[in-house]
Ligand binder design. Sequence first.
Ligand code: SF4
Ligand code: MG
Length: 341
Amino acid sequence: PEVILEAKDLVKHYPIKTGIMRRTTGHVKAVDGVSFELHKGETLGIVGESGCGKSTLGRLIMRLEEPTAGEVVFEGLEMQKASTGDMRKLRRDIQIVFQDPYTSLNPRMTVGDIIGEPFEIHSEVVPKGGRRQRVQELLDLVGLNPEHINRYPHQFSGGQRQRIGIARGIALNPKVLVCDEPVSALDVSVQAQVVNLMEKLQDELGLAYIFIAHDLSVVRHISDRVGVMYLGKMAELGTEDEVYEHPTHPYTQALLSAVPVPDPTLRGKREQIVLVGDVPSPANPPKGCRFHTRCWKAQEKCKVEEPQLIDRPDGQGAHRSACHFAELRTIVETVDVTQVE
Ligand code: SF4
Ligand code: MG
């Protein structure tokens, strides 16, 4: 499949400033060398606990933040070197949907103005006289009543507001939509409706999604491929089946073992991997493999040598794992947590 967007060794470090002189005394390594490719029309899910850098990654792809190092390549164009004209195109072709439909919409703007706002900046997309009609088409496309164009955000439910956010996100016919926890603020029943809408829009419009979320089941449902992040790095990357059914990285295995089992007869029967210890500070990630302080498989090598995200045992070409001792594991086995340092 055709690659539409590529992240190459992306790094984002934030300076830590202390004292009245605001001297830089260290750096928060929010994203610390992340590479992946996004194919045309696919959904790449990015999962990980809060603070793993997944939202920063989304902001780097959107160019809401400049990377400290590394680059984002969109349709062969290196974003960090793009001309003003190219940047305009990039800003049109890559759009974002934010987590919180309650705060991301301006309460004083009508829905029509909110969805139509991108046309003010990118007036070439829809001529001025056709904007109202285009906004109504967009409302219809996301399952809202086109006649509600003059209503305000507070007159809509949470799920409807996220539909408004999505309508705004697709207004300029983008090719990539970065979705940062798009359903996390919604009730479970509403989550499914919004995810189904997103899948429908993807099929109709050929959009590629980068779907950032902490909820593993939602990510599995929508994603074609999944990347698992830990402390600013990608721990594992593969197809949805590979990552969920045959995880190779101990961190992925632990995350998955903690997902509630829907079948009550199986409840309590599946063995769980309980991670001990806190996530270390991203200002001071452990040397070697940064998961080694919490990993039950850790050995001496893990403390000194950083594992690269490369193809691991199954060798199908695209299932990558950043673990020296990656092993396919279909059934999550019991782990004696007392053995973890
Ligand atoms: Fe665990 Fe070592 Fe693999 Fe890191 S490299 S995940 S510490 S086994
Ligand atoms: Mg899909």
